[in-house]
Design a protein around this ligand. Structure first.
Ligand code: PMP
Length: 456
């Protein structure tokens, strides 16, 4: 039987006893604190999770910024169920299956930039999409006879997943410093957070476009002919919702064009409606050469990532191999690239987005969202609020001797009261499923205020 509409009501036999929690090393988790006070989810439907103690938790974060259409959507559930029965797996190399082509065509059909993109490369996560994009950029230059372009430029406070490529171009110190030398030849732009000038800015901040000019300095330093690509999140999510200053991305694009450098937008969070447009690329009117996506591509149901390639990139690989009499044009791919279940989930997800007009819905709600989240600005713990589309960052004053502790307590208090938030140090992020209602937005902000009040 199809369970789509009853998801969330399954009876899961699990008790979070110390014994049962023993073997799982949880990712990006304060494991010791978790074991003292476990948070376990057993079901989900639409805007709510069910916790193991039977409470309904309002999902203020769309899972991890991925469940854009809300949980347990019948169409997606059924598509995955039918696909697993029809074709569970197909080898990803030298053959494929119908849904892979269909999904690639659909994605290119909806890609931003007025037909600028013509091919999709599939991976299984944001991290893999990033590593794929970096490798495509490097090999692209080589295929064009510019193999000296080996440098990659990331940005401070950038998050590009956890592969060695991603942490090398990424700019989160904690994610880098325990892992040795990382990729050679990487440099970083400064981040765009200017708290003095832009505090409590609504939407795109006014100040900071000049920070893109640092790319000129980096080009001068290394020689622009050695630089393959610049990768940025158009809106940085994981490091606390940093909205790009007006004109900043345009400037990056200009400098990349001037020197023949590829521009990569990591749209793992911003892709699929988060900003009230299909992609950040549409929202900011700046078209990169490669776009990485994941998360919302399957509504978080089955892992999938992808790279959108601008016209000319794929053709360059084909031409090079043709000329050299080679066979495989790109020596890269994953056992689960374009996995049948992910493709089924992806196709159904895109249909739900379209049928329900969820990107437009997000755009319509954005002014309400902005007003609601900025109402928290008067709270004594709050030192900044940032927002765009249906995402917001609420920055708290850190406790002097324990940075991050206040954030973690707010997150825990909210969870206990029935709201899921996400915390990066002392920055609270909210990014609800795009099916959220005005009433639920008010509820989310009220619950956030309550959690702030309950936290010393
Ligand atoms: N890039 C960005 C911009 C992300 O936000 C994330 C995940 N939050 C990733 C890459 C990595 O994605 P994954 O966790 O699926 O590997």
């Amino acid at each position: 039987a199809v369970q789509g509409d009853t998801a969330g009501q399954f009876d899961v036999q699990f008790e979070a006893t110390p014994n049962n929690l023993e073997s799982f090393w949880m990712p990006f988790t304060w494991n010791r604190a978790f074991k003292r006070k476990p948070k376990v989810i057993t079901g989900a439907k639409d805007m709510h999770y069910t916790s193991d103690d039977g409470r309904q938790i309002l999902d203020g974060t769309a899972g991890l910024w991925c469940v854009n259409a809300g949980h347990g959507r019948k169409k997606i559930v059924e598509a995955v169920q039918q696909q697993v029965a029809r074709l569970d797996y197909a080898p990803a190399f030298q053959l494929s299956h119908p849904l892979a082509f269909q999904l690639a065509n659909r994605l290119i059909g909806m890609a931003p930039g007025d037909g600028a993109f013509d091919h999709v490369f599939f991976a299984n996560s944001g991290s893999e999409a990033v590593d794929s994009a970096l490798k495509i950029a490097l090999a692209y230059h080589r295929a064009r006879g510019e193999g000296q372009r080996t440098r990659l430029i990331g940005r401070e406070r950038g998050y590009h997943g956890v592969g060695f490529g991603g942490i090398s171009v990424g700019g989160i110190v904690a994610n880098r410093r325990k892992f040795g030398q990382l990729l050679a030849g990487v440099d970083h732009l400064p981040h765009t957070h200017l708290p003095e000038q832009n505090r409590f800015a609504k939407g795109q901040p006014e100040h900071g476009a000049h920070l893109a000019d640092e790319l000129e300095r980096i080009c001068t330093l290394h020689g622009p002919e050695t630089i393959a690509a610049v990768i940025v999140e158009p809106l940085a999510g994981s490091t606390g919702v940093l909205v790009p200053p007006k004109g900043y991305l345009q400037r990056l694009r200009e400098i990349c064009d001037k020197y023949g450098i590829l521009l990569i937008f990591d749209e793992v969070i911003t892709g699929f409606g988060r900003l009230g447009t299909g992609f950040a690329t549409d929202c900011f009117g700046v078209t990169p050469d490669l776009i990485t996506v994941a998360k919302g591509i399957t509504n978080g149901t089955v892992p999938m990532g992808a790279v959108f390639c601008r016209k000319g990139i794929y053709d360059t690989f084909m031409a090079e191999a043709e000329q050299a009499g080679g066979t495989i044009e790109l020596f890269h791919g994953y056992t689960y690239s374009a996995h049948p279940l992910a493709c089924a989930a992806g196709l159904a997800t895109l249909e739900v987005y379209k049928e329900e007009g969820l990107f437009e819905h997000a755009a319509e709600l954005a002014p309400k969202w902005q007003e609601a989240v900025h109402s928290l600005a008067d709270h004594p713990h709050v030192i900044d609020v940032r927002n765009l589309g249906l995402v917001a960052g609420i920055e708290l004053e850190p406790r002097t001797r324990a940075p991050g502790a206040r954030g973690y307590e707010v997150f825990t208090n909210a969870w206990e009261d029935g709201l899921l938030t996400r915390i990066t140090g002392d920055i609270l992020a909210l990014s609800p499923p795009l099916i959220v209602t005005e009433q639920q937005i008010d509820q989310m902000v009220e619950m956030t205020r309550k959690a702030l009040d309950a936290t010393p």
